[in-house]
Design a protein around this ligand. Structure first.
Ligand code: FAD
Ligand code: N01
Length: 546
């Protein structure tokens, strides 16, 4: 049998995380290979190609900050870049840094097993590769495993169906077609206005209304880009210490600490900022029910002011969803779309889907004829990609077993019993509650610095202690209990996937505060981790000896 290929590090996934990880590993002089299931880099921005997709954080901050050259050379054309522009950017970064030669595409990792004798990870792929590595970095993404439809009758549907998270590379022609979109989270909210403009008729099947804030997207002028680029240093620094990794000033007052007039004025001002700027109006919207309800009522009034049919407007107003406890949608013309003659909104909580028929969809006993169905029904988020690989750590224990009651990590970076296996933006870290580029860079930097520390000090292994993992997991829950997040049925708590444990997945303590914790842990000689010489030489020492 052929000997397995050996690298110092294997990185799984070639999205923003995997690409930067490869860059850091290579800069340290380690041999590294990225294994990616797709045929190109970009992760989220490779797989999702639905019409209307843009980032929801301004492009000038939703981009790498680690290289001043990159951020000066690249010029974004719109406030919120399209999927196509972001995919172009990622490919440009990959080539500009000459990373492509170490990325192996069309390679899905199916197993990762820690071998206690060699103290290496043995990684298996769908196409039969066996690869060994000292370090394994799971850059597999938080939103990379689509929640696939399991609806009775789908297999008999005579039309075409697609999932927003696995969109074909060729354009889908909606012209003259009767289209149904199922799902009104961020993906649905972005796709619906664009599809409505093309389709003969669009039926939107909504289970839960979410809050959507206008993007106020516009082209970026040369002058605006110049100002951003000149101010990059302080702006990036501000994002690092902010609650969600963005450049908005953190709020200092609660909803009821100001007069009713001032409250209205401030909410209006933040509505005009758009996107997540809205959540920075007050500091207690996510923790105080009355504050949340007040802000929710402001958004309801905005919806009612746009949507002409009061019954439709009523359905679009979120219920039992404290604002911000599910990632806010950021839209262009979402609510306006429901004023079009060719758009119908169906409430599938009141009229559940009975089945998909050969010619459409039946909900609440009513048939809706359709030529194309778009599933915008989300992801098996945060744990989905990791549990599909289901790494096996010490004593052959599988991650699925360790996480049967929900994810348990130390800092969202490592799992006890899984030495030298790192999870990027893993559960228990701020991750999806942030501008993810900021969280990704923070994790990659921490992991790279940790590996450099091990190699420099002749330490072959690092692993989280069970005590530190237990303390951190408890802390993650306690922080969530002080907020309104646990009151909402969202993917943040695993509620969208039947059978998934109902626990808070991301850490809600804030990006800035979390960074301080992680840096403190490293400064205290990796407190809470067991760092050891192991039985085998470090990657660098092994290479020198060979
Ligand atoms: P991903 O981009 O998900 O990449 C992970 C990669 O790992 C994928 O390419 C996948 O194919 C690969 N992979 C997974 N499992 C395996 C395996 N077993 N074997 C091989 N390869 C594997 N965040 C923001 O902050 N702002 C935004 O505007 C924003 N917009 C988003 C829009 C959409 C539609 C979605 C779904 C998410 C969005 N996010 C946004 C979150 C987004 O996922 C992150 O910002 C970021 O792109 C994640 O990068 P990543 O490299 O960590 O993961
Ligand atoms: O998925 P979602 P998404 N039958 O889970 C409904 C990021 N993102 O792809 O709420 C019928 O949010 C479900 O209803 P309910 C962002 O972090 C960012 O839209 O479960 N309906 C919901 O309405 C986001 O949060 C951008 O009751 C079903 C919808 O489908 C995350 O990705 C763009 C159903 C799913 O909403 C996920 O967003 C896109 C079923 N069986 C994504 N199952 C940007 O703007 C689910 N639903 C940058």
């Amino acid at each position: 049998m052929a000997r397995p290929a050996t690298y110092d590090a294997i990185v799984v996934g070639a999205g923003f995380s995997g690409i930067y990880m490869l860059y850091r590993l290579r800069a340290m002089g380690l041999s590294a290979r990225v294994l990616e299931a797709g045929t190109g880099p970009g992760g989220t921005w490779f797989w999702n190609r639905y019409p209307g997709l843009r980032c929801d954080v301004e492009s000038m901050t939703y981009s790498y900050s680690f290289s001043d050259e990159l951020q000066r050379e690249w010029t974004w054309t719109e406030r919120y870049a399209t999927q196509a522009e972001i995919e172009r950017y990622i490919n440009w970064v990959v080539d500009r840094l000459d990373l492509r030669r170490d990325i192996q595409f069309e390679t899905r990792v199916t197993s990762a097993v820690f071998d206690e004798a060699s103290e290496r990870w043995s990684i298996g792929t769908e196409r039969g590769d066996q690869i060994e590595a000292r370090y394994c970095v799971m850059a597999t993404g938080c939103l990379s495993v689509p929640n696939m439809p399991r609806i009775k009758g789908l297999e008999r549907f005579k039309g075409r169906w697609v999932h927003t998270a696995d969109w074909p590379r060729e354009e889908i022609d909606f012209k003259g077609k009767r289209v149904g979109v199922i799902g009104t989270g961020s993906s649905g909210v972005q796709a619906i206005p664009v599809i409505a403009e093309e389709a003969a008729h669009l039926t939107v099947f909504q289970r839960t209304a979410n809050h959507s804030i206008p993007a106020w997207n516009h082209p970026l002028t040369e002058e605006a880009v110049r100002r951003w680029k000149e101010g990059y240093k302080p702006l990036r620094a501000k994002a690092l210490v902010s609650p969600v990794g963005d450049v908005f000033d953190p709020p200092t007052q609660g909803v009821f600490e100001v007069s009713a007039d001032e409250r209205r004025r401030r909410l209006e001002k933040h509505w005009q900022l758009g996107s997540f700027g809205f959540l920075s109006a007050f500091n207690d919207m996510l923790t105080n029910k009355a504050s949340s309800d007040t802000v929710g009522a402001f958004v309801d009034a905005k919806i009612r002011a746009v949507v002409k049919d009061p019954a439709v407007a009523d359905k679009l107003c979120p219920r039992n969803l404290p604002i911000g406890t599910k990632r806010l949608c950021v839209d262009t013309n979402y609510y306006e779309t429901f004023n079009r003659d060719n758009v119908t909104l169906i409430d599938i909580k009141a009229n559940p889907i009975d089945e998909i028929t050969p010619s459409g969809l039946r909900a609440g006993g009513v048939d809706h004829p359709l030529d194309i169905i778009v599933f915008a029904i989300g992801y098996d988020a945060m744990t989905g990609a990791l549990l599909r690989i289901n790494p096996r750590g010490r004593d052959g224990v599988a991650l699925k077993e360790r996480w049967q009651h929900g994810p348990r990590t130390y800092l969202g970076l490592m799992v006890a019993g899984f030495p030298n296996l790192f999870t990027v933006t893993g559960p228990g870290s701020p991750s999806v509650i942030s501008n993810m580029l900021v969280s990704i860079e923070q994790h990659i930097d921490w992991i790279a610095d940790c590996i450099a520390h091990l190699e420099r000090n002749g330490r072959a292994l690092i692993e989280a202690t069970p005590e530190a993992e237990e303390r951190w997991t408890r802390h993650v829950t306690e922080v969530a209990e002080g907020t309104l997040f646990l009151q909402a049925e969202t993917w943040y708590v695993g509620a969208n996937i039947p059978g998934k444990p109902r626990v808070i997945h991301p850490y809600l303590g804030g990006v800035g505060a979390y960074r301080v914790i992680c840096d403190g842990v490293a400064a205290k000689d990796y407190e809470g981790f067991r760092v050891s010489r192991g039985k085998t030489p470090t990657a660098t020492a092994a290479r020198r000896a060979s």
